[in-house]
Design a protein around this ligand. Structure first.
Ligand code: BGP
Length: 469
């Protein structure tokens, strides 16, 4: 196997899906606290008891135990997000909440105790609710200042602790999930393309300003963008399908094209013209966008297809969805499994940007059964998860052989947590089972699954065990 010696093996979580403690130590509400059913449904007025994220897996109180388990697996890195509303409860204050800052000090120190580098997402679907309700999220230009202030605050505070940063999680998902991704309170069907793309512009400027601030405050750090990665194949070789696939792919690459190259891509002009979009872009915005990222990170769960035949029904999937591929099988949630698509996508990114890439989410959401072995230990025999991850990691190795500079791999939901799209607990991704169920029952105890030992060996052998029988 050809994984570089310093390959960053690890796992990933997001604050809103694991921390719980939604109103402790001065934390303000985030958009997630009023979204008990995931991204498709309208938010509630106040947090409701059926919202599993309010307790999450109680990482806020159990982070020491969890990080110790990650260390036992040999993680070199642990991707997590800072909940913006722990630091600025409303989002528009000038002074940060010290208790929130102190919590992440403790978490980062715990990681360093085991020689694990935290990889920190500034904003992972958890905009402070006040910003959504008062400013309509990224529709307001004022958000740029609020975010820049937040980013500078955490860069300054953690400058000696954090080397790897990401700005916005799956930034391209805002086109489908404007509330949870962009804090936009206006219902999706009332949001014009003009307003959506103006909001996107504000978010991209804010991302670039954070990149600039990171480079100034922590010159030794690296900061990346994060996109929802999903290769789009033409459903047939018909040229019209190929062009349709290109157009859909560009709707996603639009974001990273700007974050990596520092300016709007040429194809944006026609897209804006045909959709009646006229952006307000100041000369300061144009200058700010020139601060470009050091690497490209992305989530990868599935590929999809595109067709000009609009009678074909879209399949299920990671927010963006698309037309199902007749050659692929799907997970229990209908997400089509395509390990070779990961190799293809890694190569696409490398060809397009000539920058290092980082897979910061990948994994299988499945229903797990906790069983008791003869010696009394409880575990999950999750061979299906091992197969999924092995197949994907073998393709990562192929991409490295193709010449792609891959910085690392952090599997999604390395410990079971509340799912994003459907906000449930029975959709599990972890190497560690958490005893908590959709009805809120469970002791919150942690159990190692079979995949725990498997991943431990993969890391210990730097990937060699992937091809050993
Ligand atoms: C991505 C998100 C994550 C995560 C993952 C899996 O879109 O960045 O937050 O949850 O998808 O999705 P789900 O949890 O819905 O299975």
């Amino acid at each position: 196997m050809n994984f570089p010696k310093d390959f960053l093996w690890g796992g990933a979580v997001a604050a809103n899906q694991c921390e719980g403690a939604y109103d402790e130590d001065g934390k303000g509400l985030s958009v997630q606290d009023v979204a008990p059913k995931g991204w498709r449904e309208a938010p509630t007025k106040l947090p409701t008891e059926d919202n599993l994220k309010l307790v999450g897996i109680d990482f806020y109180h159990r982070y020491q135990e969890d990080i110790r388990l990650f260390a036992e697996m040999g993680f070199k890195t642990f991707r997590l997000s800072i909940a913006w509303s722990r630091i600025f409860p409303q989002g528009d204050e000038l002074e940060p909440n010290e208790a929130g800052l102190a919590f992440y000090d403790r978490v980062f120190d715990e990681c360093h105790k085991y020689g694990m580098e935290p990889l920190v997402t500034l904003s992972h679907y958890e905009t402070p609710l006040h910003l959504a309700r008062t400013y309509d999220g990224w529709r307001s230009r004022q958000m740029i200042d609020f975010f820049e202030h937040y980013a500078k605050t955490v860069f300054t505070r953690y400058q000696d602790k954090i080397k790897y940063w990401l700005t916005f999680n799956e930034i391209n998902s805002i086109t489908h999930a404007p509330f949870l991704s962009g804090g936009i309170h206006t219902p999706k069907d009332e949001l014009s393309k003009q307003d959506l793309y103006q909001a996107i512009h504000h978010e991209l400027v804010a991302s670039a300003k954070a990149v600039q601030a990171c480079h100034e405050i922590i010159p030794t750090a690296q900061i990346g963008c994060m996109i929802l990665g999903m290769p789009v194949y033409p459903l047939t070789p018909a040229p019209a399908d190929v062009l349709a696939a290109m157009a859909t792919e560009r709707e996603n690459f639009f974001f990273s094209d700007i974050q990596v190259r520092g300016a709007y891509p040429a194809y944006a002009k026609r897209f804006f013209k045909e959709n009646g979009i006229e952006l307000i872009m100041t000369p300061e915005d144009t200058a700010a966008l020139k601060a470009t990222v050091d690497f490209i990170s992305f989530s990868y769960y599935m590929s999809t297809c595109e067709s000009v035949d609009k009678t074909i029904e879209a399949g299920e999937g990671n927010i963006l969805g698309g037309v199902p591929n007749p050659y692929l099988k799907a997970s229990e949630w209908g997400w089509q499994i395509d390990p070779e698509g990961l190799r293809y996508y890694l190569n696409c990114l490398a060809d397009r940007y000539q920058k290092p890439v980082f897979i910061v989410e990948n994994g299988l959401g499945a229903v797990d059964e906790l069983v008791e072995l003869e010696d009394g230990t409880k575990t999950v025999l999750d061979d299906y998860r091992i197969d999924y991850m092995r197949d994907h990691l073998v393709q990562v190795s192929e991409a490295i052989e193709d010449g792609v500079e891959v910085m690392g791999y952090t599997s999604w939901g390395c410990i079971d947590l509340v799912s994003f799209t459907t906000a449930e607990l029975r959709k599990r991704y972890g190497f560690i089972y958490v005893d908590r169920n959709d009805d809120g029952s469970g002791s919150l105890a942690r159990y190692k699954k079979k995949s725990f030992n498997w991943y431990q060996e993969v890391i210990a052998t730097n990937g060699e065990s992937l091809v050993m029988k």
